[in-house]
Design a protein around this ligand. Structure first.
Ligand SMILES: Nc1ncnc2c1ncn2[C@@H]1O[C@H](COP(=O)(O)OP(=O)(O)O)[C@@H](O)[C@H]1O
Ligand SMILES: [Mg+2]
Length: 259
């Protein structure tokens, strides 16, 4: 069985926008240009610009506009922070930092924090051995204190959903409701994406939860790292993820190896 990997974040975002229900959970995303950065900064105050085919949080930049301040235009890439008096000065530097790569600009979501560090979630969704989409794992990722991305490969710390979200639940939304919501969002994302990419077998969705507890789909990975889920305290979760992946042929089965 072949496994389809789609690298372009633009192609995956467009596929999601085909469903109005999914579109409601996708931050506005455009091709990065002087005009789109200016217009989206004005509208949202904070945006993320990132490589169309990036991974590991590399090259991801957070851009902010603070009207009324002496240095209203700011951005951060990795741990480096820059401030500017004018939009033009900022945009010039932004072009240098991003280099020649093709970038998109996305509405910024204010992530929830734990110990003053941002966090988001990775939701793993796989076809089970009956070929039915199933959410098989959810893990939280706590950003490195000085970074604006949560990726493990950029110093993010994997943590259980419970430990991160407990302090944020309230009377109207319980922990179980949030889990249930992420679970069904995951399956819906898979069903929507497979309309455009019928060969996908597994996806790893980066989901942000904003301060109103609304989930947002930041990106979908079509070749997600299953080993991240070994960092959970629950070995059954990783075992199931791995077994499903063996079933659709991402990893050779032990039996086949021995034969
Ligand atoms: N629109 C956004 N709003 C807030 N945080 C974001 C946004 N886009 C990306 N991030 C942060 O940056 C990380 C990396 O971005 P992502 O789009 O997943 O790129 P990559 O393919 O490098 O993982 C996300 O996990 C999240 O922590
Ligand atoms: Mg990601």
């Amino acid at each position: 069985m072949t496994i389809q990997r789609i690298r372009s974040k633009t192609a995956k975002t467009e596929a999601l926008l085909a469903s109005p229900e999914m579109a409601d959970h996708v931050p506005e995303t455009k091709r990065m240009s002087r005009d789109t950065v200016q217009e989206m900064l004005l509208r949202y105050g904070m945006i993320y610009v990132k490589p169309v085919t990036g991974t590991f949080g590399l090259g991801v930049i957070r851009v902010e506009w603070h009207p009324g301040k002496v240095f209203p235009y700011r951005f951060q890439s990795a741990t480096r922070k820059y401030r500017f008096r004018s939009f033009d000065a900022m945009y010039r530097k932004l072009l240098l930092v991003k280099r020649k790569r093709s970038y998109l600009a996305q509405q910024g979501i204010e992530l929830l924090k734990h110990n003053n560090r941002r966090f988001d979630f990775r939701v793993m969704v796989q076809r089970n051995p009956y070929s039915v989409w199933e959410t098989t794992g959810i893990i939280g990722r706590l950003a490195h204190p000085r970074k604006i991305v949560t990726n493990y490969h950029s110093g993010g710390k994997p943590m259980s959903l419970d430990a991160l979200i407990r302090e944020h639940v309230n009377e109207s939304t319980s922990l179980d409701e949030i889990k249930q919501q992420l679970d069904s969002l995951g399956v819906e994302v898979a069903r929507t994406l497979e309309l455009a990419f019928p060969k996908i077998q597994e996806i790893g969705i980066d989901v942000a939860i904003d301060t109103d507890l609304k989930p947002w789909i930041l990106e979908v990975n079509t070749m997600p790292d299953p080993y991240l889920f070994r960092k959970l305290n629950d070995p059954d979760v990783f075992r199931r993820i791995y077994n499903y992946a063996v079933a659709y042929g991402r990893f050779p089965s032990r039996k086949r190896n021995r034969a």
